[in-house]
Write a protein that binds this ligand. Sequence first.
Ligand code: ADP
Ligand code: MG
Length: 240
Amino acid sequence: MIKVENLKKSFGDLEVLKDININVDPQEVVCVIGPSGSGKSTLLRCLNLLEEPTAGDVFIEGDNLTDSKTNINQLRQKLGMVFQQFNLFPHKTVMENITLGPKRLKNKSETEARELGMQLLEKVGLAEKADVYPDTLSGGQKQRVAIARALAMQPNILLFDEPTSALDPEMVGEVLQVMKDLAEEGMTMTIVTHEMGFAKEVADRVIFMDEGYIVEEGTPEQIFQHPKNERTQAFLSKVL
Ligand code: ADP
Ligand code: MG
């Protein structure tokens, strides 16, 4: 589903991703953990070309993102992205936020798009919020709308960058529950998170990044119970 080969990314002299290799299989849930500044967000942003890799290849379902012949906009539609800061349009209603992409990029009619939007709002438990503006919602509700908006493009893969880090603690659970439901439905997901309990419970595989490298990866059991690398051990001793 995703294949990353020898990916490098620099900003000027700063080499942020040093030699990243990853495979994500269909329906796999991969959680990426690691200290702040280790390159986790940059990695996700390279996966949908919000950042251009300095070297290496990123394949999405076999198509090379970095090949100039690839239709990037089409490829991007296969990837949904959910950010820490929600990024909802404040002057559009919840429904408008969700239907904008399908109408503009997938040629859906207003009726079709709204129907899909309602289904998705029901899925994230917010059907009654269709016609309100984002600033009337709690953080947890905003993030659930952001997930519905990503799903509205019917992506094959969802990428999450610390989706619960900006939330008050009491709202973390409702967002993680939506993500857990998606995992159970077989959605392929790559999730940068500090929620170690969620990673333990939901991830098929955990990747530990430090200083631009993947230091260690394995099942949640391998990483959380029997980390081999001392940098993994040191990180986990601080966060667990
Ligand atoms: P993480 O998500 O693991 O905290 P990031 O990928 O955000 O790490 O950042 C990794 C490093 O890259 C940091 O040192 C950060 O300052 C730097 N960085 C990220 N984006 C940019 C950018 N657009 N320009 C310059 N430096 C950046
Ligand atoms: Mg980050």
